[in-house]
Design a protein around this ligand. Sequence first.
Ligand code: GLU
Length: 366
Amino acid sequence: MRNFTNSKRIAIKIGTNTLSKDGKVDSLFIRSVAEQVAELIKGGREVVIITSGAIGMGAGQLKISSYVTDIKTRQACAAVGQPLLMTEYRKAFDKFGLTCGQVLLTAEVLHNRKTYLNLKNAVETLLKLDVVPILNENDCVATDEIGTAFGDNDKLSALIASKLDADVLIMLSDIDGLYDKKPNKRNDAKLIKAVYEITSDILKNAGSKGSKFATGGMKTKIEAAKIASSAGCRIVLANGRDKNVIAKIIAGEDVGTVFMPKRKLSNRLRWLLNSAAKGTITIDDGAAEAIIKKKSLLPKGIKSVSGNFIAGDVVMLNDIAKAITNFGNDDLKKIAGKHSSEIKNILGEDKKDVVATPENIVFLDY
Ligand code: GLU
């Protein structure tokens, strides 16, 4: 039985194919989303939308019909399409007495704790003002080449849901959910109603293809489900064209596939888990055992340090955990292998006496 009675904050991801028809935004679809969202808000929930479609809509407007792969053309299409998309959302929400706000972001914004907190504050304030935040990647400036892109909105939605503490992420797509075999190849394929663990078999069966303007396929959806579920968020993958699908999901109906969360994490640890690491601290077995037992990481257990980072940055501990380090890479190299009592002699009085505390360490696998 699914029960979303206590799910207060809901993130909804809408894919390009789901919201478009013949290269244009399907206004009736967006209107039905707005209507269902308005009902949720009336019922005391908070809703954040992660939308795709900027590139697709821009390409439609510019009459570019072939697969848009080159970065500059995608950027240009996004610049044209994003305002078209927002106009549709604005018109649709207006019909139900709601205002929506545009939030565009790059991967960098989420990975840097300061800019992430700015983003979080902005979204929290929008929600307090009963505004529906509509997020998308800032496709015009974020490119894979400079490492600022999320790559696809499936991943973006999972990171947003994790970092903004959503209780549930609804991913609306043009497929009904996850199948046990490839549904386009096997007609005995069955829809999986609930996934408790994302196994390598599930990933293998997922296939990969995205579509003309969108980037994601089933593979990116499952990877997204992995990100959100390990941060404690439930995900429901469902067909956006199913009538009143959002309302049905939140009412607990058996629609699409639900991915159950692996663990409940604090906001800080969710953020840490989903932030890019700036370097790696290689630690010995003793130190690994200690942090597993929820003890602090001490300099004694450090074998080596790689990468360029400063105190407060996110680093990997071997390949098992992420941590916020109390020291930059230069200082760590000086104290690696030393006893904690020596830190102040080597680096000065104002320094901390442990490398990372348990509340700043999160394990990747659980
Ligand atoms: N951000 C892209 C857009 O708005 C979509 C990326 C994706 O489809 O995953 O067109």
